[in-house]
Structure formats: C-alpha cells, structure tokens
Ligand binder design. Structure first.
Ligand code: 5GP
Length: 186
C-alpha cells in the first residue's frame, strides 16, 4: 500500500514506518529464539489487534513452536479503556506445563494483560512472558512486568499494523497517530 492512500489523511503523522516495524520485529524474534533455545513455546495471539504483529513475529522465530488465539473485549468505538476485561474466545488447547508467550499489540492501562496473566498462570503454565509491539508506560493503572517490548510510545492513540479505531485502519502497513478530529465527541 502506498502511503498516499486515503486513510493516511486521518493521521497526524506516522510514528513507525513499515521498515522500522520490520526491523524491530526481526530483532525481537531473534531475542526470543535465543531465550527459548531447546524449548517449544506456545505463542498466544490476542486478537484482533496483535494479528499483524503476530504473523510477522512468529516467522522471525527460529524454533519449533505452537500458536493459539484468544479474543478479549476491547475498546469498541472508544479510545479509552472501560477497565473491564471479558474473554470472548478462549484457547483451543491446554497450556498446562507449557512455556507461554502472550503476544499483544499495545499495553496501555495494563488491565487486559494482568487479567490474562492471572488467568493463564492459573491453568498451570510452566512460564509466562509478555511480548508487546508497543507500550505506553505513562498510562499504567496496574503493576505489570512487560518482558519484551519493541517500542515505548507516548500517550497518543495509534492505529495501523493491526491496530484499529472502530475496526478501521488495521490494514495500514505503518503505525500512525490518529488525528483527534476523527474521534472527538464520540
Ligand atoms: P489496556 O488493558 O492495557 O488498557 O489496553 C490494551 C488494549 O487497548 C490493547 O490491546 C488495544 O486493543 C487497546 N489500545 C490501547 N491503546 C491503544 C491505542 O493507542 N490504539 C489502539 N488502536 N488501541 C489501543
């Protein structure tokens, strides 16, 4: 996709280009390959936001691994978290005794991941780490250790590379800052 497509008109700027994203994802894949040598981790994609990051990341990991998917409640048509987390789709298989890596698009308040961490550890995972594309540490409302993060970002609402606003913009190949005029008064 060229970056003169119409969706780019709704952005206040590009935060990370597709090239920067690819480079960061490759680096993270190499790190996970090193850290999980001799193991067969289960990589869990938190749909839908992490989908694009996830499919790129798993192909940069040089290990046998398994994948699974979860859906949790998201912001809907708002840019602020309700603070409530609801599981909409659970994993297909047991993670008892497994080394689990949760793959998330962005950590904001931390509510989603602290809920997921509690839930999955309660199912007997041998180990559990969090990998996120982006982290907004300034907005954290609960204590949470993020094990792998590609980018620390300021408090802005971003879209693209799997992240949406009201289900749109997920297919932008770059990550951009959504102009507040798009969501003001909504
Ligand atoms: P948390 O539970 O950490 O507050 O929220 C995490 C979820 O909120 C993310 O998985 C993502 O779906 C959504 N989110 C948080 N910040 C942003 C953002 O800047 N842009 C988009 N598109 N979603 C966000």
């Amino acid at each position: 996709m060229e970056n003169n497509c119409v969706m780019y008109n709704d952005l206040d700027g590009i935060l990370y280009t597709r090239e920067q994203l690819a480079e960061a994802v490759k680096k993270l894949g190499q790190q996970i390959t090193k850290d999980y040598e001799g193991k067969k981790p289960v990589m869990i994609c938190i749909l839908k936001g992490a989908s694009v990051f996830f499919v790129d990341l798993i192909r940069e990991i040089d290990l046998p691994l398994e994948i699974d998917f979860m859906v949790v409640s998201s912001y809907g048509a708002s840019t602020k978290s309700s603070g409530e987390v609801k599981m909409v789709k659970d994993l297909d298989r047991s993670i008892n005794g497994r080394d689990v890596i949760i793959v998330e698009d962005i950590v904001d308040s931390g509510m989603t991941l602290s809920f997921l961490k509690r839930t999955l550890l309660g199912r007997g995972a041998n180990s559990l780490r969090i990998a996120t594309l982006m982290d907004k540490p300034a907005r954290r409302r609960v204590e949470l250790t993020v094990d792998y993060s590609c980018f620390e970002i300021p408090d802005a609402f971003v879209v693209g590379y799997g992240l949406d606003y009201n289900e749109t913009y997920r297919n932008l190949p770059d990550v951009g800052i959504l102009s507040p005029r798009i969501y003001a008064d909504k």
